[in-house]
Design a protein around this ligand. Structure first.
Ligand code: SF4
Length: 363
């Protein structure tokens, strides 16, 4: 497991040099070799080397706030992504980012302070709308926080807005930046969880499940609201025992009353990821299983398997505590009803359910 990922090289694009964040980051890594890049340098990514030890500083030219792409024909949650960085040092075998990005390196967008002005302005212009925003979709939210300090930049801005929550989603134990902050309101700290077997064999540079939960417990003691994401749930040998063990560990470390939500998602992937997993992670077990092509073109477990996975998880979690905002990620109305016993019916319904959780927990 990594405490801090190894960074062997820094690439700085010319437009990054006019942002203070670039210089703050360079000062934090004085020993790391720096290469100045020419603008739009065409750095090719190879399948094996995705530049996971190279930090690449650049100014992002698009919108920082994006609607989560979700998936067509299934119920999605209306989440928004604050796009601060792309690619991730953690190296999960199943990571969809392996086929999603065609540019290598751990890319940090150093013009975030400028970009935030527009994001906060649109939040303030829609006081009736609840924004559920996360930074952990195109990277791990905290894996590079000791370098980027994104958490200390974002928390003071989001904590004072009453129509927003900001979620940091991670598989690390890097919570010092959060805990050092004086703010807690409107901030959710979430861990992606899995069975101990999948964590050990498929989430290569992630903290162990126990270490993740120790970090979560520390955040809870420090006053943070927590979230958890069992995603992707992988149907592997003795999966029931494995996921039950993780729920036992949750019970040991966490007070369930401080949880805003727990999502469940079965392993799913675009077909092109299959070859990449086979070549990059030859010992991986995640492709062993009965998959079908879903309505969105993604491979997903055959429906009876998904029903069994979700029913099992809901039963275990409900026995622990009956009200933790369990929801399914990218599933159909009938799978909701058959596995959880109810359905939000559509994406608007799921958004309302999660917005209500925000109101219930944060007011
Ligand atoms: S932590 Fe998330 S973003 Fe990082 S490699 Fe694993 S699945 Fe991908």
């Amino acid at each position: 497991m990594i405490s801090e990922p190894a960074i062997r090289k820094i690439i700085v694009e010319p437009d990054a040099l006019r942002h203070d964040m670039t210089h703050r980051i360079l000062q934090k890594l004085p020993e790391t070799p720096v290469q100045n890049s020419t603008e739009n340098a065409d750095i090719k990514m190879t399948e094996q080397d995705m530049g996971k030890e190279t930090l690449h500083l650049l100014a992002y030219k698009g919108d920082f706030l994006k609607q989560c792409p979700g998936t067509r024909n299934y119920i999605c949650c209306g989440y928004q992504i604050l796009n601060l960085a792309t690619n991730c040092p953690i190296e999960c075998s199943y990571c969809i980012l392996q086929s999603y990005f065609n540019q290598p390196d751990l890319r940090l967008f150093v013009n975030v302070e400028e970009g935030l002005v527009k994001v906060l302005d649109s939040i303030d212009k829609n006081p009736e709308k609840i924004y559920r925003i996360g930074t952990g979709e195109f990277t791990d939210s905290l894996a590079l926080d000791h370098v980027s300090s994104f958490s200390s930049l974002l928390i003071p801005e989001f904590t004072k807005r009453k129509n927003v929550i900001l979620e940091f989603k991670t598989k690390t134990t890097q919570v010092n930046g959060l805990i050092d902050s004086q703010y807690r309101d409107r901030i959710v700290v979430s861990w992606s969880l899995n069975s101990p077997f999948i964590s050990t064999h498929e989430e290569h540079n992630a903290a162990s499940i126990t270490k993740r939960l120790e970090a979560a417990s520390r955040c809870q003691e420090e006053g943070f609201i927590l979230g958890f994401h069992f995603d992707p749930i992988v149907c592997h040998h003795n999966w029931k025992d494995g996921y039950a063990k993780t729920v036992e560990l949750l019970d040991k470390y966490i007070d369930p009353k401080g949880i805003i939500w727990i999502s469940l998602g079965g392993f799913r992937f675009m077909p092109e990821l299959k070859g990449i997993i086979r070549r990059r992670h030859q010992k991986s077990c995640v492709l062993n299983g009965e998959f079908i092509v879903g309505l969105d073109g993604k491979m997903r477990y055959f429906k009876p398997i998904r029903l069994e996975l979700f029913s099992f998880m809901q039963e275990k979690l409900n026995k622990w505590h009956p009200d933790m905002g369990i929801y399914l990620c990218m599933e159909s109305d009938d799978v909701w009803k058959m596995s959880l016993g109810w359905s939000p019916k559509d994406s608007e319904g799921l958004s309302r359910f999660l917005d209500n959780r925000v109101e219930m927990i944060f007011g």
